[in-house]
Design a protein around this ligand. Structure first.
Ligand code: MG
Length: 256
């Protein structure tokens, strides 16, 4: 069942999404060579809490007994790391790195989810292109995010755009509905068939999140049980916003 949010619920959820946007702005300002990913985590947590939110990823269940719950407020994934990297005082950003930050704020009983890949100082042309295409893939996808279209229309547009540009899409992880829960129905893969899947309705709130790899699509999970890296160690980028389906253009709730 896809949850349809009421006007009141949407107003409450917008505040959660705004906190997420503010935390990203604070991170963006702080990113530079020499800063640790744990420092970024602290900046994000402080911003979220100062704005009345809670970092929703902190303590997120791994679902497996032997893997601890997610220990931090944000995911920090550098270069060949795709998603779910764990912040650490031992991981220091270097000139030329790219870093994907995924963060979810919880406020008013609702979640706001957004991810960005940031450049650390000057980066290569290839890295910049990967970041740009990943962001553009999101915007290609949401051209189809309106009442009456189907979820597959979005998935197809993202996948086509990424592969047409010579990149691979991650198939094991996907976007999702979002609201009172971080992950709700429907699942939104970054590939698929146009015209397939559920029909979009006004009041649906979705987290659309292209995860794009420069090389081959295969991924592996590191020993920490969380960090996903590309198998061929090529670069990966991530771009995500929480959006609201309306009769016209979708509203992007995590950009302010
Ligand atoms: Mg996210």
């Amino acid at each position: 069942m896809v949850d349809i949010k009421s006007k009141r619920e949407i107003e409450l959820m917008k505040e959660a999404c705004k906190v997420t946007a503010l935390a990203h702005e604070a991170i963006k300002r702080a990113i530079k060579p020499g800063i640790s990913t744990l420092e970024l985590d602290k900046i994000a947590e402080k911003t979220i809490r100062e704005n009345g939110g809670i970092p929703a990823q902190k303590g997120y269940p791994s679902g497996e007994k032997e893997i601890p719950n997610f220990p931090a407020s944000i995911c920090t994934s550098i270069n060949d790391e795709v998603i779910h990297g764990i912040p650490s005082d031992k991981v220091i950003l270097k000139q030329g790195d790219i870093i994907s930050i995924d963060l979810v704020s919880y406020k008013n009983g609702f979640n706001g989810d957004a991810a960005r890949t940031y450049a650390v100082g000057e980066i290569t042309t290839n890295a910049k292109k990967l970041i740009d295409i990943t962001k553009q893939a999101f915007f290609e996808g949401i051209k189809f995010a309106k009442v009456g279209n189907r979820i597959g229309d979005i998935c197809h547009a993202i996948g086509e755009f990424a592969t047409k540009n010579g990149y691979s899409v991650v198939k094991e992880f996907q976007g999702h509905g979002i609201g009172r829960n971080m992950h709700e129905e429907p699942g939104i893969p970054n590939y698929g068939k146009a015209g397939k899947g559920i029909r979009l309705e006004k009041g649906m709130t979705l987290a659309i999140e292209p995860m794009i790899i420069e090389g081959k699509p295969e991924i592996v999970i590191l020993e920490d049980g969380w960090t996903i890296v590309t198998q061929d160690r090529s670069l990966a980028a991530h771009y995500e916003n929480t959006i609201l389906i309306t009769e016209k253009e979708p509203e992007i709730l995590t950009i302010i």
